[in-house]
Design a protein around this ligand. Structure first.
Ligand code: HEC
Length: 133
């Protein structure tokens, strides 16, 4: 025995459910962009193939060498030559200073921390053993 009123109601509910599902699908894709989910990962910051001459040295030239050149090296640290930098790398002060970690004066002195991408690139170079490449 059929009840005539139930069919249009089910029909309407089916349409509403379909519409709701569509709305969820459309909006759920909205924040799937790589930059939103992984702000510092590959899309935004390429840490492959980082070299001293191509990447690290220019970052130091822009942010550090004004205070750390052989002519008047602040804190007796030189960042403008590989040998000078390697000394600070080997004694651990370089990594601590640029990452504002305990045990070293935060650098650049009186300035903002380097951009995260620059720090990630330097980190990649340090993890290779800080080669003169
Ligand atoms: C405005 C000048 C200035 C700039 C720019 C600067 N430094 Fe320094 N740096 C100093 C001074 C001065 C010291 C001595 C310690 C102190 O006074 O904090 C020092 C100390 C250091 C030390 C030794 C820290 C310790 O506690 O042993 C390291 C390593 C260093 N700087 C690296 C850097 C690097 C890398 C940069 C760039 C990202 C940089 N500095 C930028 C002035 C500067």
């Amino acid at each position: 025995m059929e009840r005539p009123t139930i069919k249009p109601v089910i029909n309407l509910l089916t349409r509403l459910a379909g519409f709701a599902l569509l709305a969820v699908m459309v909006t759920s894709c909205y924040y799937d962009s790589e930059d939103y989910l992984y702000p510092q990962l590959p899309g935004g910051c390429d840490t492959t193939g980082v070299t001293y001459s191509g990447v690290v040295s220019p970052i130091l030239a822009s942010n550090c060498n004004s205070c750390h050149s052989p002519a008047s090296p602040s804190g007796n640290v030189i960042t403008s030559t590989y040998e000078g930098l390697k000394t600070a790398v080997d004694n651990g002060s370089f990594r601590k200073a640029i990452n504002h970690e305990a045990g070293a004066s935060p650098m650049p002195k009186n300035g903002n921390k380097l951009p995260v991408c620059d720090l990630n690139k330097i980190d990649a170079w340090l993890n290779q053993g800080a080669p003169q490449n």
